[in-house]
Write a protein that binds this ligand. Structure first.
Ligand SMILES: [Zn+2]
Length: 240
């Protein structure tokens, strides 16, 4: 699981602009321990969506992805999944990859191992029961500044997943600006031969029905921009 063949660190490619404290937790360094970020694969993009499922916006997102015939990766919160099992089933039935994003979105860098383990196992239990598939990927809330959460995830048989393209989509009202900021980063990664592991939010950890129209608009713009010339993949395709 720790082979460096597929676990690739990418240097910090730019901190998200804007005043959101969350962006300060940018995972640009290998000090986080081995985690999947993105491989050197020219032309590949993974759209990943965090903090759902969101009954107000995830159904619309599923329509957008279906209209482009693209599969994405959804890192779901266990607490939201328990409240919206039918939506979790719809995500899985549409062929998207489902990952674990903890139960309640705590800052796991401040949590002990027992709490981390409980957050992860409870979420896997609900997701596997509802979606009927094994959950193999984990994205730590806030990126996790210390590697304990990543180590616990690996002990539980999951692959920790970070990212290399993010902006403050959860607090930016402009889908165009979100897309433009992400595309600037993505283009830099692609030019250097890296795949892009892109974070957007279809949900909200503080509000289960958080307003996510700008994030969905950004996803639609990026799908339109890259779909002909690039390949959208789910993160499991980067793990041999
Ligand atoms: Zn999150």
């Amino acid at each position: 699981m720790a082979s460096l063949g597929w676990i690739v660190g990418v240097g910090a490619v730019g901190l998200a602009a804007g005043g959101c404290a969350y962006a300060a937790m940018w995972p640009g360094s290998r000090i986080f321990g081995d985690a999947l970020i993105a491989p050197r694969r020219r032309g590949e993009l993974a759209l990943t969506f965090d903090d759902g499922p969101n009954p107000a916006w995830t159904p619309r997102l599923l329509e957008i992805l279906a209209s482009h015939n693209v599969h994405a990766t959804f890192f779901l919160l266990g607490s939201h999944a328990q409240a919206e099992p039918e939506l979790v089933r719809r995500i899985a039935a549409a062929g998207h990859l489902i990952g674990n994003h903890s139960w309640s979105h705590p800052n796991l860098a401040l949590s002990g191992r027992a709490r981390i383990r409980a957050e992860l196992t409870q979420t896997c239990d609900v997701l596997e029961q509802v979606a009927g598939m094994q959950v193999r990927y984990f994205r730590p809330p806030f990126g996790a500044r210390r590697p304990a959460a990543l180590a616990v995830a690996r002990e539980l048989g999951m692959v920790p997943v970070l990212w290399n393209a993010m902006t403050s989509d959860w607090c930016d009202p402009s889908g165009e600006r979100i897309a433009a900021r992400l595309m600037a980063r993505i283009d830099r990664l692609l030019k250097r031969g890296w795949a892009a592991n892109i974070v957007l939010h279809d949900g909200g950890h503080l509000d289960a029905a958080a307003y996510r129209a700008p994030s969905l608009a950004a996803a639609g713009l990026m799908l339109g921009h890259y779909k002909r010339s690039h390949r959208f993949v789910t993160v499991d395709t980067w793990v041999a």
